[in-house]
Design a protein around this ligand. Structure first.
Ligand code: NAD
Length: 505
């Protein structure tokens, strides 16, 4: 085998572990098309082993003082901050997003680590003195035990970090099952935890596909599952983990609309549409994929967006790329690139106007890279496949409507409800949109309204199965169970009378 092909193993008990499965997946560098790694695909035996190691570490970690757990979290934060460039380079090499964007991903994950550094405050319970004569009540929150995290390819560092800092800070042990398309970030993170002083077995990485996922869903040891990925798999995970009696939060796909009202600043709106539509080659669950142009702004807006796309460089995203880092990298795999290109064919055949066509892009990178340039469709209608389905690529569709009500109905009739944005200078209209729209995360003149770590991230409708969003206080609740303790200590000087009384107290 080629010497440059890395073997990516599981990580458990503080070290890489090969496992017994003979199944392997291929990892590619999307900017060159070259195979750069082979990743272990766990068997049920492998999964059970990793889960058992997480279970073995659980009791001691749960009993480790909050002070010590917090120290480890601070150390992890410092190391991550100092070495984020390395992690960003790994993300770029397997995902394809450009280095500066990968650094942005790490920064948003680091925010959650910083939030989890305050775990001692977040886990504080309440105390009520003298709820009855001589009786006090206090509440506490405790970790669940072993928790499972299953993450998608598009944020190989940030999405796991939405969950594991809080899970670990709250005293749980973690089995992370990253995407098999870009698995190396998870192992780098695991090694960083070890350096930060996390005891072996608290953070584990199980590589694999459906077999590994099913093992996590069915294991009686795993207490909860946090999933992020496409809607059909999110629903599958939600149903099966719930059936096995676990807590589940399963975040799914998206089709995010940006509504531009006639009074909006069209230059800012055009900038936002380009950044949010084509950043990370559209492979973001909060990407804007539909622009709803209201009341005659479309011609002007489409022209401004098209103009801006001509300045974008599609190419390799590594910092040391020839000519420097591009604006937009390749898609994650050849298959995904071809699928997205197929959607562009479908939109054209259905009669949408291709204003900018990314299919023939001349990319600054390897001839075999998975390239597709920014693509802009105008005159898209709701029946078209390119509107109905999540494309997850650099394809922005413009729908023209006459009124605010039509725009709102489009957003609310959509099956997904992850993110949305309204662009306007009218505070009243923005407030009305905020009240009326059935979507979990809303931006007002902000195209990618990803909540900061101390709020919670999550969509509505088919974008989230379960009732708990990621991180923030909802994250702390998800990874802990509450206890309420009612206490009566007998003061010998003031001894209660006692006696039999079978009535409800
Ligand atoms: P995916 O659903 O294909 O994979 C997600 C995870 O599920 C991976 O770990 C994968 O190994 C596993 N998986 C894949 N097929 C499976 C199967 N049949 N059974 C069990 N497990 C399976 O998603 P992806 O392509 O990696 O990621 C892109 C999707 O994730 C998009 O739909 C995007 O919108 C969504 N996403 C959503 C959010 C959000 O917050 N709502 C965030 C990021 C990504």
């Amino acid at each position: 085998m080629d010497q440059t092909v890395q073997t990516i193993q599981h990580w458990t008990d503080g070290a890489a572990w090969t496992g017994a499965s003979d199944r392997w997946g291929e990892v590619t560098n999307p900017a060159t098309g070259a195979v750069t790694g082979r990743v272990a695909l766990a068997s049920r035996f492998d999964a059970d082993h990793v889960i058992a190691r997480a279970e073995a570490a659980a009791q001691e970690w749960r009993r480790t003082s909050l002070a010590k757990r917090t120290q480890v979290m601070f150390a992890f934060r410092e190391l991550l901050n100092a070495r984020k460039d390395e992690l960003a380079a790994i993300i770029t090499s397997e995902h394809g997003k450009v280095h500066s964007d990968a650094l942005g991903e790490v920064a948003r994950g680091q925010e959650v680590v910083e939030f989890a550094c305050g775990m001692s405050h977040l886990l504080k319970g309440g105390h009520s003195d003298g709820v009855s004569t001589g009786v006090d009540v206090h509440s506490t929150r405790e970790g669940l035990g072993v928790v499972g995290i299953i993450s998608p390819f598009n944020f190989p560092a940030m999405v796991p970090m939405w969950f594991f800092p809080i899970a670990i800070g709250a005293g749980n042990t973690v089995v992370l099952k990253p995407s098999e398309k870009d698995p190396s970030a998870a192992n780098w993170i695991a090694a960083l935890w070890k350096e930060a002083g996390l005891p072996d077995g608290v953070f584990n990485v199980l590589h694999g596909d459906k077999e590994a996922v099913d093992a996590l869903l069915e294991s009686p040891v795993v207490q909860s599952v946090s999933f992020v990925g496409s809607t059909p798999i999110a629903q599958y995970v939600y149903e099966n983990a719930s059936k096995a009696g676990k807590r589940v939060q399963a975040l799914g796909g998206a089709k995010n609309h940006m509504v531009v009202l006639p009074d909006a600043d069209l230059d800012l709106a055009a900038d936002a549409a380009v950044n949010a539509g084509f950043g990370s080659a559209g492979e973001r669950c909060m990407a804007i994929s539909v622009l709803v142009a209201v009341g005659g702004v479309a011609d002007d807006l489409v022209a401004r967006i098209a103009d801006r796309t001509t300045t974008l460089v599609t190419g390799a995203g590594a910092k040391d790329s020839e000519g420097g880092e591009a604006d937009m990298g390749p898609l994650v795999t050849r298959a995904h690139r071809d699928k997205v290109a197929g959607y562009i064919d479908s939109g054209e055949e259905a009669g949408a106007k291709v204003v900018v066509d990314g299919r023939g892009v001349r990319a600054r990178g390897g001839a075999d890279g998975f390239w597709l340039g920014p693509t802009l469709f105008d005159h898209v209608t709701p029946e078209m496949e390119i509107y109905r389905e999540e494309i997850f690529g650099p394809v922005l569709s413009v729908i023209r409507v006459e009124t605010y009500e039509e725009a709102l109905a489009l957003v609310n009739d959509n099956a997904y409800g992850n993110g949305t944005a309204v662009f306007t200078n009218d505070g009243g209209a923005a407030k009305r949109f905020e009240n009326d729209v059935q979507v979990g995360m809303i931006g007002v003149n902000v195209p990618i309204p990803v909540p900061v770590a101390y709020y919670s991230f999550g969509g509505w409708k088919r974008s989230l199965f379960g009732d708990t969003h990621a991180h923030g206080v909802e994250g702390v609740h998800f990874f802990t169970r509450g206890k309420v303790v009612t206490t009566r200590w007998i003061d010998p000087a003031n001894r209660p009378e006692g006696g039999l009384n079978l009535g409800f107290p």
